[in-house]
Design a protein around this ligand. Structure first.
Ligand code: SAM
Ligand code: SF4
Length: 305
């Protein structure tokens, strides 16, 4: 049984940033809300220990993210360690895909269930503009390899950016349908006064309306009550609208772990973190860490309410 916060929300999913390092420079990157630079990284063993504690409190799903998780030389060891923990049923990763071709098979063998690949455009020039790296073909090859080794499902994360890629939704639906991928259309997250947010934030309501009109079926996912639309040709399109969305927050069952070992109850806040790494490296026992985890859950509040 997962533990619940004071708003009745079960905490079932742990989203772990395994590094802040990245080989891309995406114009919009929120760095998983980890605003301050830190060179400290949890070791594979420390990650395993924290996930064991989370699992003992009912967490069964783990998402690895970053920075770019595949920059960790020990990423396969990290996945293997987590997959050996009783109670963990689902391990996924969000990656920019640059090293996916090299790692897909090893990750699958180590216990990774599925993968999200960030791909905002099918146009190589736009890709370079968004990410700062000329690597579109490489990412495509990584997706092909992930499918070949049986990582399933593969989701494509497409952050919608006004004036850049909103006109590509149709092409992206076709691409994901043809390759049996799931498309996640993601609203740009940010703060209203950030010039980048003002420039690029696109409202997803119109896009969702068009997708809904063509759908045969809608599945409401438990996480964030995200809607997944099954379209006539078989395409699957999930809409992720976090901004000013009370439903998104009300059905959030996720807690985060920063790359330097702090529990982070909410993407949007940095004033309520709980440090696990300091106590761990000072010899804290599992019961002490468990109490810290419970305290982090107690600090969870719906951000948009
Ligand atoms: N480097 C990996 C990648 O890009 O997939 C993992 C880390 S990245 C921070 C995780 C996901 O967050 C990616 O799918 C990325 O597109 C998305 N993301 C980053 N900044 C965002 C923002 N401001 N709004 C919405 N999604 C964002
Ligand atoms: Fe951020 Fe991921 Fe892009 Fe790196 S690849 S800059 S972590 S969104």
């Amino acid at each position: 049984m997962a533990i619940k916060d004071s708003f009745g929300r079960s905490v079932e999913n742990l989203r772990i940033s395994v590094t802040q390092r990245c080989n891309f420079r995406c114009i919009y990157c929120h760095r998983e809300g980890q605003l301050f630079d830190s060179n400290v990284e949890l070791s594979a063993e420390e990650i395993k220990r924290i996930v064991s504690i989370a699992a003992s409190l009912g967490v069964y799903s783990v998402k690895l993210t970053g920075g770019e998780p595949l920059l960790r030389k020990d990423i396969v060891e990290i996945v293997r360690g987590i997959s050996s923990i009783p109670g963990i049923k689902d391990i996924s990763m969000t990656t920019n895909g640059f090293f996916l071709k090299e790692y897909a098979k090893q990750l699958k063998d180590a216990g990774l269930s599925r993968v999200n690949v960030s791909l905002d455009t099918l146009n190589a020039e736009k890709f370079k503009f968004i990410t700062g790296v000329d690597a579109h073909k490489r990412i495509m090859d990584g997706i092909v390899e992930a499918a070949r080794v049986g990582l399933n499902p593969i989701k494509i994360n497409m952050v919608l950016l006004k004036g850049i890629n909103c006109d590509e939704v149709e092409d992206m639906i076709k691409f994901t349908e043809e390759n049996q991928l799931i498309l996640q259309l993601i609203e740009l997250e940010g703060f209203g006064d950030d010039p980048l947010y003002i420039k690029y934030h696109a409202d997803l309501d119109d896009i969702e309306k068009k997708v809904r009109e063509r759908s045969l079926r809608v599945i409401v996912r438990q996480m964030h009550h995200r809607k997944k639309y099954i379209l006539k040709g078989g395409a699957e399109v999930e809409i992720v609208k976090p901004m000013h969305n009370t439903e998104f927050c009300l059905y959030c069952n996720r807690i985060r772990l920063t790359s330097d070992g702090k529990l982070k109850p909410c993407l949007f806040r940095n004033d309520n973190l709980i440090d696990l790494l300091g106590p761990m490296r000072s010899g804290a026992d599992d019961n002490y860490l468990k109490d810290l985890f419970i305290e982090a859950v107690r600090r969870r509040r719906p951000f948009f309410m």
